[in-house]
Design a protein around this ligand. Structure first.
Ligand code: C5P
Length: 229
């Protein structure tokens, strides 16, 4: 018999972009030896596939078809994951601000969210799953064992992004990054379907003044309280 989602422990880490949730979720999955879902990647891949297929972003029905038929593989690799979209390796383009902004547009469409729902739930497997996104604790895994909502001020998140780009030798404007982050926050929080908000039973962590190690330690405290670590 196949296992239901609730038979597997799920830890959800939701929050706005740049809050550090992706880093924490990946660290936690590695520490526990659990599966990992980067749900934002699915929205980014939908946007990228629509671009590749020349789909008009105003055509809601066509975007829903792209999400339903998304041909994607996540393959484990030495330094993380290799993502194949329609058999082709996806590079750094997936992580650009432009694709993030387009992802947040397609993510506001109910038909796209519905198309990706089961695909996300299918990531749950024994012994557990760490899922990172915006609505993991509220919509996709409402019965998750531990729910974390990780946030930080928009200025701090723009600063982190600026430093990350700088370390890769990429010049960026801090003001532009801050404006992009604020626009994406606004779109993600104000949309009618699955808006960015903490689940009622989520632990809220503000990482503005915290290091990654401190956030990780705080999450591990919650895991221990539930007997999961
Ligand atoms: O987390 P990431 O920045 O990769 O997500 C890209 C976009 O995908 C977000 O701005 C958001 O609009 C959307 N998203 C979402 N629900 C999720 C994960 C991401 O709406 N669970």
């Amino acid at each position: 018999m196949s296992e239901s989602v609730t038979a597997v422990h799920v830890v959800t880490i939701d929050g706005p972009s740049g809050s550090g949730k992706g880093t924490i979720a990946a660290l936690l999955a590695r520490e526990l030896g659990w599966a990992f879902l980067d749900s934002g990647a699915l929205y980014r891949l939908t946007a990228l596939a629509a671009l590749n297929q020349g789909v008009d972003f105003a055509d809601t029905a066509a975007l829903a078809v792209v999400a339903t038929t998304l041909d994607v593989q996540f393959l484990p690799a030495e330094d993380g994951l290799v993502i194949l979209l329609a058999g082709e390796r996806v590079g750094d383009s997936l992580r650009t601000e432009e694709v993030g902004a387009m992802a947040s547009r397609v993510a506001a469409l109910p038909a796209v969210r519905a198309a990706l729902l089961q695909r996300q739930r299918d990531f749950a497997r024994h012994p557990g799953l760490v899922a990172d996104g915006r609505d993991m604790g509220t919509v996709v895994f409402p019965d998750a064992t531990v729910k974390v909502f990780l946030t930080a001020s928009a200025e701090e998140r723009a600063k982190r992004r600026f430093e990350q780009l700088h370390s890769k030798g990429i010049n960026a404007s801090f003001d532009r990054l801050l404006a992009d982050i604020q626009a994406r926050d606004e779109r993600d929080s104000q949309r009618t379907v699955a808006p960015l908000r903490p689940a009622d039973d989520a632990i809220i962590l503000d990482s503005t003044q915290m290091t990654i190690q401190e956030v990780f330690a705080a999450v591990m405290v919650q895991m221990r309280l539930k007997g999961l670590a």
